[in-house]
Ligand binder design. Structure first.
Ligand SMILES: CC(C)(COP(=O)(O)OP(=O)(O)OC[C@H]1O[C@@H](n2cnc3c(N)ncnc32)[C@H](O)[C@@H]1OP(=O)(O)O)[C@@H](O)C(=O)NCCC(=O)NCCS
Length: 303
């Protein structure tokens, strides 16, 4: 097949429908609302390749500005039949030019790391497993008396900043307002020691994000979520270092790794040993890893 000639141009709002459809075909399980929001935050950070002749858009990539001169590369995708012909590279290079001087962060699917390293994202930041968690039946709710509905997003800003090391007020506000429900936990001293937001997704729900500074906070939040969504698979994006948290999650859920995150021909028994890798172009990212149960939607968040 001959390689079509393409123009690399900024994404337009009307291109989002095809962009989202390609991502759905890969089962990335990201809602259109998330695409809309990313594009709203960084309308100049998204590029696409358009077939010069037919005007069809065939490759997409975005860079979301998350403040502090950092941008997250998101949803890099080319029409399947045109992959491997140099089109995607042209699109992502345009984004990297746009964000020159920024720290660039990317969540690399399994096997894609060398590609991103070639584009300058060579620093290892951390690894996550994208888990699909099917609730077991909840026998007793021991902890959830410590859990409260989150009504004022400002209440959790200090905890979020302590855990992530970043000021994320703007984006958290949007996540809060578009989440189905949000909860926080308090310890015996009355301090907020965990919170979770629950988003509805095509596959069920996602905890985006969920942080817990203690086992009680984690158990309470999870019990609360299961008591309200007993029949929904929950998507959880867990840093792989949090082995203890995984053990606790396995008490509440049948856990499996999301199939969108590893090659289709990978053997099933590899599951959780195949993590996504977060790569960056600059310094290491410091955050309170042990408290992160589920990162902010991985299309936006650095943790
Ligand atoms: C990754 C992707 C966007 C690259 O777009 P593309 O138009 O194929 O890009 P290019 O032809 O310029 O190749 C860029 C890199 O993609 C990878 N690639 C090439 N052909 C590929 C194919 N048929 N399938 C998967 N990846 C391929 C290679 O690593 C290549 O780097 P290299 O040429 O230095 O070896 C595209 O392959 C794709 O849509 N894959 C599925 C979605 C995906 O995995 N996205 C990345 C999520 S982290």
């Amino acid at each position: 097949m001959t390689v079509p000639e393409v123009n690399i141009r900024k994404l337009r709002h009307e291109d989002l429908v095809k962009y989202h459809k390609l991502s759905d075909d890969e089962v990335w399980n990201v809602g259109m609302d998330v695409y809309e929001k990313m594009f709203e935050i960084s309308p100049d950070g998204f590029y696409c390749a358009e077939n010069k002749e037919t005007k069809e858009v065939v490759s997409f990539c975005g860079g979301v500005d998350i403040g502090d001169k950092r941008a997250v590369i998101v949803s890099f995708i080319t029409e399947p039949k045109l992959r491997g012909q140099g089109i995607g590279s042209k699109v992502i290079k345009k984004i990297l030019e746009h964000y020159e001087g920024y720290e660039i962060i990317v969540n690399s699917a399994v096997g894609r790391e060398p590609m991103y390293e070639r584009f300058g994202m060579a620093k290892f930041l951390y690894q996550t497993n994208q888990l699909i968690c099917r609730p077991k039946s909840l026998e007793k709710q021991a902890i959830s008396f410590n859990i409260f509905p989150l009504e004022n997003i400002e209440d959790i800003y200090p905890l979020d900043e302590a855990v992530t090391g970043s000021d994320r007020k703007q984006i958290l506000k949007w996540f809060f307002e578009t989440s189905d429900k949000s909860f926080f936990s308090k310890n015996e001293q009355g301090e907020i020691d965990g919170y979770t937001m629950v988003r509805k997704t095509p596959l069920g729900i996602s905890l985006s994000p969920c942080y817990a500074r203690s086992e009680n906070a984690l158990r309470g939040l999870i019990e609360k979520v299961i008591s309200i969504y007993p029949n929904s698979d929950a998507q959880i994006c867990l840093p792989i270092d949090n082995k203890d948290s995984l053990k606790i999650l396995e008490q509440y859920f049948f856990v499996k790794i999301s199939s969108c995150c590893f090659p289709k021909d990978a053997p099933e028994d590899l599951t959780v040993s195949l993590p996504n890798t977060w790569l960056g172009s600059k310094q290491d990212l410091k955050f309170e890893k042990s408290s992160v149960i589920s990162i902010l939607d991985f299309h936006f968040g650095v943790c």
